[in-house]
Design a protein around this ligand. Structure first.
Ligand code: BGP
Length: 462
């Protein structure tokens, strides 16, 4: 096969997952409760078709055959997360030996198949006891998380060299403290700012702890969902709206984790509106000395923004959307099966921005993917013919390839996700996997895209 888009040698081909979304065994193996186990028990009707996280895709029992499948489709890397409430039930205190055994088996099996594990420490899954004492609003929880991170480095750092402190840390802020789609369902901007701020402190403390360990060739970073912000027009009001959306949604985490400081314009806005968080003395030094070595970029869709059409009520509660409105650009391409815009060039724009403004930090696409509802409708001859997903991946890869040719430091591409999985309140609504999963029987079947990615990975291009 003639390869037109050839990727650099050693390019990381793989996929991403998270503990709560694939493991299941929520009440097995000595695991403690996390906020999802609790919230589902309390309000099952808020979850799509009433499906909760107890069993999900059952990776806990099927990891061995799943890792074989990864090998079969050419993965050389794979992202998992370690469940804090499985490793340290309750969030603080003793380590659960059964969890150590489980993650050891998974890591060893991956290595035996020559698949490098990328390990993430937090993917939305706060232990319930930690939430009950304040979650990320509490410094005690920040310290408990740091202790958890140290246990992970201690137990698995001899074999794992790619570590990530958080996946999409802004999502629990939005879900839990602004828009009511994660527990604890608070809607309060000032508390949201504190949660975001403390998460950054937790990230910096985990990075500092990592650097005191000698993980050979180890790297530690963070995974951010970046949504490049595009203004409706070049008019100054639209440009300003877009710049402020970028500050809130991207730079709020990108700047402190990569540059070690918050953007001044963001701090000024928060200050002007009385929304600054509580800080401690060493915080800013801590952030400065613990920037990320590597950045995972989750990219699904861009953000299109226009200037506010109606001024906000100055007596109403402060919200970032005081500064901009979302803009539905006419003619934009949509994923008709999930409702998100598809804009492949976004990958390139993100990478160029990292090159120009963030020291060309080593990065990779850590999530990108196409969610599809009722995907069974595309079954032919027993297999989901997901040509739309193949097109989606290929077009994003072309832009990633261009970025790399122009000197961007992008090292790999991970699809969300290896297999269909339980996606929080959306449960199994939107399917993303290379493998479909039957929610009842847990049976896995390769989709057409699995066969395609195998060829791409083996040719290191297409
Ligand atoms: C990302 C998260 C994943 C996953 C994905 C799909 O933001 O990191 O955990 O859930 O979104 O989301 P959805 O199922 O809502 O389409």
């Amino acid at each position: 096969m003639a390869v037109e888009y050839k990727f650099p040698e050693g390019f990381w081909w793989g996929s991403a997952t998270s503990a709560t979304q694939i493991e299941g065994a929520a009440f097995e193996g000595g695991k403690g409760w996390n906020i999802w186990d609790y919230w589902y028990t309390k309000e099952p009707n808020r979850f799509f078709e009433g499906v909760g996280p107890e069993t999900t895709s059952d990776f806990y029992h099927r990891y061995k055959e799943d890792i074989q499948r990864m090998k079969d489709i050419g993965h050389n890397t794979f992202r998992l997360s370690i469940s804090w409430s499985r490793l340290i039930p309750g969030g603080e205190g003793d380590v659960n030996e059964e969890a150590v055994t489980f993650y050891n088996h998974v890591i060893d099996e991956l290595l035996a198949q020559n698949i490098e594990p990328f390990v993430n420490l937090f993917h939305f899954d706060m232990p319930l006891e930690m939430q009950n004492i304040g979650g990320w609003e509490s410094r005690r929880v920040v310290d408990a998380y740091t202790a958890f991170a140290k246990e992970c480095f201690k137990h698995f750092g001899d074999r794992v060299s790619k570590w990530f402190t958080f996946n999409e840390p802004i999502v629990p802020v939005e879900g839990g403290y602004l828009y009511d789609f994660h527990y604890p369902n608070v809607v309060d901007f000032k508390r949201a700012v504190q949660v975001a701020y403390n998460t950054i402190i937790a990230h910096a403390k985990a990075v500092e702890a990592f650097r005191t360990f000698s993980v050979e060739d180890g790297q530690i970073g963070i995974i951010l969902n970046l949504t490049p912000s595009y203004p409706r027009s070049e008019n100054p009001a639209d440009l300003r709206a877009s710049r402020i959306a970028d500050l809130f949604f991207n730079r709020s985490f990108l700047d402190p984790s990569v540059k070690g400081e918050f953007p001044k314009e963001l701090v000024d806005i928060l200050k002007e509106h009385g929304q600054l968080p509580k800080t401690e003395e060493d915080d800013f030094e801590l952030m400065k000395r613990n920037t990320a070595d590597i950045l995972g970029v989750n990219y699904y869709q861009p953000r299109r923004v226009k200037a506010k059409e109606h001024l906000p009520n100055p007596y109403g509660p402060f919200m970032m959307d005081w500064f901009f409105d979302n803009y539905e650009m006419p003619g934009r391409k949509m994923n008709p099966y999930r409702g998100w815009e598809i804009y492949e060039k976004g990958v390139y724009d993100i990478m160029v921005n990292l090159k120009e403004n963030y020291g060309n930090i080593e990065s990779f696409i850590s999530e990108n993917g196409m969610g599809v509802q009722n995907e069974e409708r595309f079954i032919e001859n027993g297999q989901i013919q997901d040509d739309y997903r193949i097109d989606f991946i290929r077009e994003h890869l072309k832009w990633l390839h261009k970025a790399i040719e122009e000197g961007c430091n992008a090292k790999g591409y991970h699809l969300w996700s290896f297999m269909d999985n339980w996606s929080w309140m959306n449960a199994y609504k939107n399917r993303y996997g290379f493998f479909s999963v039957d929610v009842e029987t847990k049976e896995r079947t390769a989709k057409k895209s699995a066969e395609w990615i195998k060829e791409v990975s083996e040719n290191n291009g297409f």
